[in-house]
Design a protein around this ligand. Structure first.
Ligand code: AMP
Ligand code: MG
Length: 522
């Protein structure tokens, strides 16, 4: 079997404490990073899609992915030599409240593959059956949420946003009961399993759970091993086990988190559930649940219906929430530092660093070579204008690359035809100021356009497109999922025949479930 060539080196399970109980019963798990548990076998798996690029990370060819062995392995029906399946223990703050133990309730890790380049990739099946962490739920996933996770992970990768990856999307042949709207009308949906890849699936909540239980030996062990496996560069400058090392590590995690949020802001991504259990320690976008993409630029928008009241996780709050989450991570390592001041000093750099990176990102969206005095106000004025009348964010920034900045060149970005005089004159003023600022750079127009079109995507996984592709897939037609997957591999490049994927949200989708709002029911 070709897949036998996958080489496993399970560092996480080898170096960290296991739950001694191996029975698959739901429970509180103490003093352990994970519990051994096997995927539940499924009746008739079929491969719906795989990602060529993700497969390459494991040195798998297209042929490998089309094989029976692949299907058996990534549906959870067969374990390969070297696999030691387990579910991870973690806790988390959900919507600002400590929720205690959460853990991998429907994700089962198969092990860590070392590829030919020596890179480690932890592989994880999402929707592969119950684990000790499943609490009251079933451990399964359905087609619609799996398509969303699978396509979006790979779309984010191609956009250049740090993210976990998705290798495969497999229909299990089982039916799974879900109440999408939480309105007492459950229905059967097709069960699916997505295989995710990441160098590590450790979350902020993995540290929080030990701190909350005063399990300081395990907390230290997890931190030391995380640094050794994923942040070993820090050991060049800091002594193993020292406070300085732990502070440098926290700083690195904060920086990576800030950079990730800046990338979300660049492409108009709203995660929707930035709970601390959904924050990767590597600064990767993880757990694609009720996320969404801004169509019209509305900074107050959140896709998550569970969050519609407080809008805690709205677009414009993402940096503040990320910082709040970093505070919780800092709190969780406090027992190893025992001083608040140096922790606060690290956290205090987050905002400045985020702001600096945000300015550079905005400059790049506007095609400016560097950030000059006055640019910040230019950026802020633009965002105000974009929010003032319904303006499609993605289309607007593509139009902005034009040499000719006449207002009529932006018509396709608007959701309404007519705008008030106030708006029109403010926009004209802004465009005039932008033209002057742009000319200051003395960058030739072709270079500027190329640069702008390489940071302002033409195609994103728009909420309504994704919903249309899901509707079709649920009726047995996967063609749109496949077309989108292909198009989103080159999100910055105009592609023939893909015009419909670059269009603004149609009116029918404005307030339709799935297109403008989503529940956590996945
Ligand atoms: P989320 O915020 O969606 O990432 O999930 C929060 C917690 O609920 C995590 O511990 C998940 O593992 C768990 N969870 C979500 N859906 C299920 C499910 N269908 N079965 C078991 N656990 C689940
Ligand atoms: Mg989660």
């Amino acid at each position: 079997m070709i897949l036998k060539t996958l080489t496993f080196d399970n560092r996480f399970t080898r170096d960290l404490p296991a739950d001694p109980i191996t029975e698959n019963t739901r429970r509180q798990v103490h003093k352990a990073c994970y519990s051994y548990v096997e995927p539940t076998k499924v009746s008739s798996p079929t491969l719906l899609a795989f990602s060529e690029e993700a497969a390459k990370l494991l040195d798998l060819s297209e042929q490998d992915c089309d094989s029976e062995a692949f299907l058996k392995t990534f549906s959870g029906n067969q374990l390969l030599d070297g696999m030691e399946p387990y579910a991870m223990c973690y806790g988390g703050h959900q919507f600002g409240n400590w929720a205690g133990q959460l853990g991998d309730g429907r994700a089962i890790n198969l092990g860590e593959v070392v590829n030919q380049q020596g890179d480690y990739w932890a592989i994880q099946l999402k929707g592969a059956g119950p684990t000790p962490y499943s609490r009251t739920a079933d451990g399964l996933a359905v087609l619609r949420s799996s398509i969303r996770e699978f396509v979006c992970s790979e779309a984010m990768y191609h956009l250049g946003v740090p993210t976990t990856r998705a290798l495969s999307l497999i229909n299990t042949g089982e039916q799974v009961m879900r109440d999408v709207l939480y309105d007492g009308n459950p229905a059967n949906e097709p069960g699916t399993v997505v295989c995710r890849l990441s160098p590590s699936f450790v979350r902020f909540g993995s540290f929080q759970i030990f701190a909350s239980r005063n399990e300081h030996d395990e907390l230290k062990q997890l931190l030391d091993v995380t640094i050794e496996h994923h942040f070993s560069k820090l050991l060049d400058d800091h002594v193993a086990g020292s406070k300085e090392l732990y502070l440098a590590w926290l700083d690195e995690v904060c920086q990576r988190t800030a950079s990730m949020i800046v990338e979300w802001m660049r492409v108009g991504f709203v995660h929707g559930v930035m709970n601390t259990d959904n924050m990767s320690i590597l600064g990767l976008t993880i757990d694609y649940g009720p996320y969404g993409w801004l169509d019209d630029f509305n900074p107050d928008w959140t896709p998550n219906t569970t969050d519609s009241q407080n809008k805690r996780y709205r677009y414009s709050e993402q940096a503040n929430i990320a910082l709040w989450n970093c505070y919780q991570l800092a709190n969780s390592i406090y027992p190893l530092i025992k001083e608040t001041e140096p922790l606060e000093a690290v956290l205090n750099t987050f905002q400045q660093s985020y702001h600096r990176q945000w300015l550079c990102m905005m400059a790049s969206k506007l095609g400016l070579v560097e950030v000059l005095e006055g640019d910040q106000s230019l950026f802020e004025r633009l965002e105000k204008l974009l929010a003032q009348v319904e303006t499609d964010m993605t289309i607007f920034y593509r139009c902005l690359a034009n040499d000719d900045l006449s207002p009529s060149n932006f018509n396709e970005a608007y959701y309404q035809d007519k705008h008030g005089d106030d708006y029109r004159s403010a926009m004209q003023q802004w465009l005039d100021d932008y033209q002057i600022r742009r000319d200051q750079d003395k960058r030739n127009s072709a270079d500027r356009i190329t640069a702008m079109n390489s940071v302002n995507p033409l195609y994103v996984f728009r909420n309504y497109l994704e919903q249309q592709s899901i509707d079709k897939a649920e009726a047995g037609d996967y063609s749109m999922v496949k077309q989108l997957l292909t198009t989103l591999r080159n999100p910055y490049q105009q592609q023939e025949g893909c015009e419909q994927f670059a269009e603004k949200r149609p009116e029918w989708a404005r307030s339709k479930v799935g297109c403008s709002m989503l529940s956590c029911s996945s």
